[in-house]
Design a protein around this ligand. Structure first.
Ligand code: SF4
Length: 223
């Protein structure tokens, strides 16, 4: 009984420590000028939002118009669809953590450049993943999937809904909600991807313990 109490205390202390680190990282990102995106019309840094003890983390490409204005990731139409898809598998937005590869809006929504990605991911994103320790990192769309898998490019048609081992968690590339808004034909595969996420989350043992059964990213021959 005493041991159980001790473990509970340690667990709560660990969560508290993690939150403190994320909060101070978010604070330090506010005035960030480490890459050229700082001076290319951003309104504010969009650090991330959600449960800092989440089992699943969603990563998109970068803030868009509404995200830049409101300071939160995925708040426009794509964000609304993301919320609906989460609800379809029994999750609320507050249950997950959502962020982007880069934290400042690229002008005209262009793709972030390699040097911007390198600085921002090393300074913030990889720290976020390290502190949150998710079981699953769901990458939204081709761009974020390639960055997180460490590949030059990926074919979403080949990789979506699959899980790939990476540093103690699994990366699951899924279609970007904006793709389903652009064409309704993309909605069904996206909904299927979410069902897969639910399956992966419900797998009985710790996802991290099942790595031996998984195919390494390098073995996939994705190039
Ligand atoms: S994109 Fe990232 S690294 Fe670049 S200025 Fe914004 S917060 Fe800093």
């Amino acid at each position: 009984m005493q041991r159980l109490f001790k473990y509970k205390l340690l667990y709560l202390w660990e969560i508290g420590d993690r939150m403190t680190k994320l909060t101070s990282l978010a604070e330090s990102s506010r005035g960030c000028e480490l890459c050229p995106l700082a001076k290319q019309g951003r309104t504010q840094v969009v650090f991330g939002d959600g449960n800092e003890d989440a089992d699943i983390m969603f990563i998109g490409e970068g803030p868009g118009f509404y995200e830049d204005k409101q300071g939160k990731p995925f708040v426009g139409a794509a964000g609304k669809l993301l919320t609906q898809l989460l609800e379809s598998i029994g999750l609320r937005r507050e249950d997950v953590y959502i962020t982007n590869v880069v934290k400042c809006r690229p002008p005209q929504n262009r793709d972030p450049k390699p040097e911007e990605i390198e600085v921002c991911t090393n300074e913030y994103l990889f720290m976020q993943v390290q502190e949150i320790e998710p079981k699953i990192v769901a990458t939204l769309g081709r761009f974020a999937s390639a960055v997180i898998l460490g590949l030059k490019d990926v074919s979403m048609g080949r990789v979506h809904g699959q899980k790939f081992k990476k540093d103690g968690y699994f990366v699951v590339p899924i279609y970007h909600p904006a793709a389903a808004l652009h064409s309704r034909a993309n909605l069904e595969p996206l909904a299927e991807d979410f069902k897969k996420l639910k399956e992966y989350l419900e797998e009985k043992s710790e996802v991290r313990a099942e790595v031996s059964q998984e195919v390494e990213v390098e073995q996939m021959g994705l190039f």
